[in-house]
Write a protein that binds this ligand. Structure first.
Ligand code: IPE
Ligand code: IPE
Ligand code: MG
Length: 239
């Protein structure tokens, strides 16, 4: 019998999937779905404090999403820029501390500047910690981390014998975050698509059919409730 822990997740990560299908179902261009999806983010962020969720990490754009049409990619980049410009004030006022993870090198300068500014603007906030994964891929992140780690070993700052499972996370983009307790993916796909590979080793997963633009705080609350009855053993056997 599973044990009711009644402890909710502190860190929830969401793969916000299904924007394209949401638009297609309405006979609209995929970008419409992305706009509808972006409008959902605020409600979910604002639902976090009452639900005891201190950290929310959302997957906005993967290292593989560049494979999409130029129109969709450019539309998404423009949406990210506008989203930051429009939401900055509200995020600041609501106590949201925003950080971005992913490789910024391939992002355009204007977007990177807005990301840097938003991080700085909200850096003193502590009500909710929102991390946005933008041009993020788990394998890419581990590769970049390994490069930096190898550089430090080469420079004599770190000895190979000191490399352990406590060392590598310090080189990951998520060095400032606890591991996610719960990963939610919307849209019915049961895969993780290169999201938080290292960090999710012991996360609970919830795959739900709802398309991201239809995801509401009520559905969010239900998923969080179901987390509480899960028996997390972390490899151990309980007496
Ligand atoms: C998720 O929605 C958002 C991004 C990947 C940017 P999708 O665009 O993947 O929507 P579907 O999966 O095609 O419906
Ligand atoms: C994962 O969704 C990436 C984001 C939600 C940003 P995708 O739609 O890109 O993943 P696949 O292609 O279905 O695996
Ligand atoms: Mg998708």
């Amino acid at each position: 019998m599973s044990k009711v822990s009644s402890v909710g997740p502190k860190h929830v990560a969401i793969i916000m999937d299904g924007n394209g299908r949401w638009a297609q179902l309405r006979g609209r261009p995929r970008l419409m779905g992305h706009h509808a999806g972006a409008r959902r983010v605020r409600d979910i962020v604002e639902a976090c404090p009452d639900q005891g969720v201190k950290y929310l990490t959302i997957f906005a754009f993967s290292t593989e999403n560049w494979k999409r049409t130029q129109t969709e990619v450019a539309g998404l980049m423009k949406l990210f820029r506008r989203y930051i410009q429009r939401e900055a004030r509200n995020l600041l006022a609501n106590g949201v501390c925003v950080r971005f993870i992913g490789d910024r090198v391939r992002l355009d300068d204007k977007l990177v500047r807005l990301m840097d500014e938003l991080e700085l603007l909200t850096s003193q906030n502590d009500r909710v910690h929102l991390t946005v994964a933008l041009n993020y891929g788990g394998r890419d992140e581990v590769t970049r981390a390994t490069q930096r780690l190898a550089h430090d070993v080469g420079a004599g700052k770190l000895s190979p014998a000191d490399v352990c499972d406590k060392t590598l996370p310090k080189y990951l983009d998520t060095y400032f975050l606890p591991d996610p307790d719960l990963v939610i993916r919307t849209s019915g796909e049961a895969r993780i698509s290169n999201f938080l590979l290292w960090q999710s080793a012991y996360a609970e997963y919830e795959f739900i059919d709802t398309l991201w633009p239809d995801f509401t705080p009520v559905i969010f609350a239900k998923v969080l409730t179901s987390f509480k009855v899960r028996d997390r053993r972390f490899g151990a056997v309980k007496a």
